[in-house]
Design a protein around this ligand. Structure first.
Ligand SMILES: [Zn+2]
Length: 144
């Protein structure tokens, strides 16, 4: 565990990193997601329909972006319809570049860190198991 797990999690989400090891990249290109973590082999995609839930985070990110653009333009004195058009353009441009990867990363992190579970899953144990697998076979786990 890093010294400040909250800071490491925020940094990991912003850098689009694996929620299990905070190191492996979740995306290998702008629209190309790795099926597994290249560092610890954590499986990002859990099967058909798994990322349907990412639509919730995508919706929230789009709404936040549109609200920020609308607020800024309203403050700058724009009228309603140009603001609506600018919001549509901003969300359309940001969609594939930022909203898509961050919605998936947020979904995987939320699912991984137990925000969507009933708390029975021991996240620390799972994280330790993934890190041991990343170290490779034949080496005993670190005791600390
Ligand atoms: Zn990983």
């Amino acid at each position: 565990m890093p010294p400040n797990p909250t800071k490491a999690s925020v940094s990991g989400i912003l850098r689009l990193r694996c929620p299990a090891c905070w190191t492996g990249a979740m995306f290998s290109g702008p629209l190309r997601m790795n099926p597994r973590c290249p560092h610890c082999d954590y499986q990002f995609d859990r099967g058909n329909g798994y990322f349907i839930g990412a639509m919730y985070s995508s919706y929230l990110l789009s709404l936040g972006l549109a609200a920020a653009v609308a607020g800024a333009l309203f403050w700058a004195g724009w009228s309603v319809w140009p603001i609506v058009g600018a919001c549509a353009v901003a969300v359309s441009l940001a969609g594939p570049l930022a909203i898509f990867p961050y919605s998936r990363v947020l979904w995987v992190w939320a699912e991984r860190d137990g925000w969507l579970h009933d708390g029975q899953e021991d996240v620390a144990t799972l994280r330790q198991r993934h890190l041991q697998r990343a170290r490779g076979p034949g080496r005993p786990p670190e005791s600390n």
